[in-house]
Ligand binder design. Structure first.
Ligand SMILES: O=C(O)[C@H](O)COP(=O)(O)O
Length: 215
């Protein structure tokens, strides 16, 4: 059975400021660096063989810290990037106009091909995240990869594995440096294929991780 660990990157400056990041980037805060170190301490004994990360700066930095603890190399995969949030990137969540808020809402209310102008749809995000996950099946037998990605991207992946629509991810809180685990298995009892073992575990963090909705 292949176990795949999923980690959202550590808190960033724009997370703390409630600013939309998408595929724009801001550095980890000191708290975010500390969170990444706590993930490293948590997973160093789990036999991680590969650290595969979104190629954005915040995820690369998180992956480097975890890789130091695990003694692994870091592999970048742009398919693990956050949803492209188009013209709203870098905007403060609380400054959106009614029309801009409608764009954001249609991403997560099932609007067919809903997207922020110049951004990605949730289906497009789901397709590339599943592509990155399926690539883990091609790793050598006995591999145990850890993927570093983003809140909406990981929420979309876990939701769709559960058979929920890609936009259901707004009902799954994946805080900074939370650890989730999904397994690929053949089972007569559980569903065969990908199953969710853990989602959003933050018990390894010494302080509650911020979340866009709870500052
Ligand atoms: O700000 C965003 O784009 C998302 O809400 C969270 O993205 P992140 O997981 O990359 O911080």
């Amino acid at each position: 059975m292949l176990q795949v660990y999923l980690v959202r990157h550590g808190e960033t400056q724009w997370n703390a400021e409630r600013r939309i990041q998408g595929q724009s980037d801001s550095p980890l805060t000191q708290k975010g660096e500390d969170q990444a170190k706590q993930v490293g301490d948590r997973v160093r004994s789990l036999g991680i063989t590969h650290i595969i990360t979104s190629d954005l700066g915040r995820t690369r930095r998180t992956a480097e810290i975890i890789a130091d603890a695990c003694g692994c190399e870091v592999i970048a995969d742009p398919r693990l990037r956050e949803l492209n949030m188009g013209v709203l990137e870098q905007r403060h969540i609380d400054t959106l106009t009614a029309e801009e808020e409608m764009w954001r809402r249609q991403l997560v209310n099932g609007t067919p091909d809903g997207r922020i102008p110049e951004g990605e749809s949730m289906q497009e995000l789901s397709d590339r995240m599943h592509g990155a996950l399926q690539s883990c099946l091609e790793l050598p037998p006995g591999s145990r990869p850890l993927l570093v990605s983003h809140g909406i991207a990981l929420g979309c992946l876990v939701s769709t594995i559960l058979g929920l629509p890609a936009y259901a991810e707004r009902r799954l809180r994946l805080r900074n440096c939370s650890i989730s685990r999904i397994d690929h298995q053949q089972s007569a009892w559980l569903a065969s294929g990908w199953v969710v073992e853990t989602a959003g575990d933050v018990s390894h963090l010494d302080a509650p991780a911020l979340d866009e909705l709870q500052r």
